[in-house]
Design a protein. Sequence first.
Length: 241
Amino acid sequence: MAAAIGGVAVAVATFLIVDSDSAPTGPKELTSDQASRLAVTRFLNYQAGGRAMTINVPGTAGELTITGSIDYRRKIGYGAVHGTGRDTSSDGLIQWTATTVSVHPMANAPAKAPARPPESGWSSRPLLKYGSSLDSSLAIALKLGSDRPDNAELLPQNGAAWVGQDRLDGHRVDIMTGPSARATPGTAGATTGAVRYWIGSDGTMYRVRVGVASASRPVVIDFDTHKYVPVRPVPGVTPKR
């Protein structure tokens, strides 16, 4: 894809729905300032080293919420998992890379993951490339960091647009969609469409809302919902450098 940020779009797509407290007036063509902020937003996550985030994953059996952190330089995430409207069988701790998901079931999972992961009690499996809204959400979250800015000139040419404004936790943000993309079969989280970003005046990413093929409702990823805690790999998990 011409614009690197489109690599995220290959994995995800938004439902074009704006929160009730926002004021959509788009879609409109990106201004040069908006395109520059969209182009740099994933790079800022990488530049920060990591971000605290909360991932809300929809599902027919109930919602899963992951509260934790992602190290965007080593491409590894870690957090606590809680279910809503479902049993507690999925509750516990989770750590993941682009290829592996490790889980530590807990009957009484903490609200936040401990800074140092337990040394035992983990089981690991490959990250599923399709059919799992959880794994699609994990893969998407990792893609929201990049070691270089995207090409601001190419973003509008590939379908990126401004769709409205909103306010999140006191921050005035612009809502933009990334480039539209047709998914590659077998890609983790693959669907068709574009990613929707809530971006601050300095390019900071505050929210991402996406649709995945395995879920009827969008996945929502919110940043800075709590303090960032550096990610420590669990035994046997090798993060990508």
